[in-house]
Write a protein that binds this ligand. Structure first.
Ligand code: PMP
Length: 403
């Protein structure tokens, strides 16, 4: 058995659908059995609310939830578990920063995002601009959709308080040159937020080595359950921020006139958190940490290169994003002259190919690339050469059928 088939066997949905070519992992990666089992096990044996009870089930839930936080911290190489905030997903994590960090900004302060952002790292900043009177600057992209570092010096100023960019584009797969962004941001004293939603399924992260202040991601994109995500923040940065959502669990004391806030991380976790989902996410991340990522990256890169080469042989296909595979994750978006990606993806579905077609919640980036919509094939560690071959045959068939 190939390495990919061994990995594939650990994913119940893929094991149950041997003919399926799942190429939509950038939207949602499949859940690994370890994560699913951990959720079922927690819900079956330890289900109780956290931080509230003194019975033994509540204690078991507390311990599992605390352990999940430590396990996420390990995956991120965070300094401490208190830097890990559980949210409902990357979108909630990004909105949390836009509100909590946003509350510290004054009219005239500036936030820099890029034109390549997912709407989740775009719209919250537009909303902050409109409610707080800050200025929102836009780092342009190059012709191939990559963040243009040459534009950084003219866009950054002493008023720039935050640079919030994606680590990896969900449309082009382009990796951001994080070191260049961090160095430029530090020169003007700005904090840096990375949207890691697309990066996490390609291996463990090191937030300390990245040199950033905030990191956001979702569990469903890294082989874990849905409904859970993480905001990591440097302890001293988070500790200086006011809460975003109010409610149970996030207070120190509530008096009729005023309330005081809990310490990290509870200050940012109002209400009952996604407990079993956090436990499942931690199990997915533990499983990922035990893998050989050198081999997986080599295979993901090879599959991406084969897909690009095969697709470009089909008349009318245009690739979006960097020309090669060196600077991109295996996310391959393409446009076919005269065909709508929704039609293309519907034909591909008849060939057992699951691809996404549309604007991918990145309309400003698509506008810069000159398209309204495109088809996207995204590969993960369970894909192999058979998926690439099926993709190329399927797209050629779609062109024949629809042209
Ligand atoms: N950022 C990027 C780059 C993404 O690809 C996505 C999901 N498509 C998100 C943020 C938002 O993630 P979620 O919908 O899980 O909150």
């Amino acid at each position: 058995m190939s390495e990919a088939s061994v990995l594939r066997a650990g994913f119940p949905l893929l094991a149950a659908n041997p003919g399926l070519h799942y190429l939509d992992s950038a939207a949602t990666a499949q859940i690994h059995r370890a994560a699913l089992d951990a959720v079922v096990c927690h819900e079956t044996l330890s289900r109780a609310n956290v931080l509230r009870g003194s019975h033994r089930l509540a204690e078991a839930a507390d311990q599992a939830f605390d352990a999940a936080r430590r396990r996420v911290a390990r995956f991120l190489n965070a300094n401490s578990a208190e830097e890990v905030i559980f949210t409902s997903g990357a979108t909630a994590a990004l909105n949390l920063v836009a509100h909590a960090f946003g509350a510290t900004l004054r009219p005239g302060d500036r936030v820099l995002i890029s034109q390549a952002e997912h709407h989740s790292n775009f719209v919250p900043w537009q909303m902050l601009r409109d409610r707080a009177g800050i200025e929102l600057d836009l780092l342009p992209v190059t012709a191939s959709g990559e963040l243009d570092p040459a534009a950084l010096p003219r866009l950054l100023s002493a008023r720039t308080r935050l640079v919030a960019v994606t680590q990896c584009s969900n449309v082009t797969g382009a990796w951001t040159d994080v070191a260049a962004i961090v160095a430029a941001a530090r020169r003007v004293g700005a904090k840096v937020l990375l949207d890691g939603a697309q990066a996490v399924q390609h291996g463990p992260q090191d937030v300390r080595a990245l040199g950033i202040d905030f990191y956001a991601f979702s569990g469903h994109k890294c082989f874990g359950p849905g409904g859970v995500g993480v905001l990591w923040g440097k302890a001293e940065v988070l500790a200086a921020l006011p809460p975003f959502l109010g409610g149970g669990g996030m207070i120190d004391e509530v008096a009729p006139q005023r309330s005081t806030w809990a310490e990290l991380p509870r200050r940012f976790e109002a209400g009952t958190p996604p407990i079993a989902q956090a436990v499942g996410l931690a199990s997915a991340l533990d499983w990922m940490m035990a893998l050989d990522w050198t081999d997986i990256h080599a295979r993901e890169t090879r599959l991406g290169a084969q897909a690009i080469e095969g697709l470009l042989r089909i008349p009318g296909v245009r690739l979006l994003g960097p020309a090669g595979t060196a600077a991109r994750a295996p996310i391959i978006s393409f446009d076919i002259a005269g065909l709508h990606p929704h039609d293309v993806c519907q034909v591909l579905d008849h060939h057992q190919l699951a691809l996404r077609g549309g604007h991918h919640c990145a309309q400003p980036l698509l506008a810069a690339l000159g398209v309204d919509a495109c088809a996207r094939a995204s590969f993960a560690l369970y894909n192999d050469e058979a998926d690439v071959a099926a993709l190329i045959d399927g797209v050629a068939a779609a062109v024949r059928t629809l042209a």
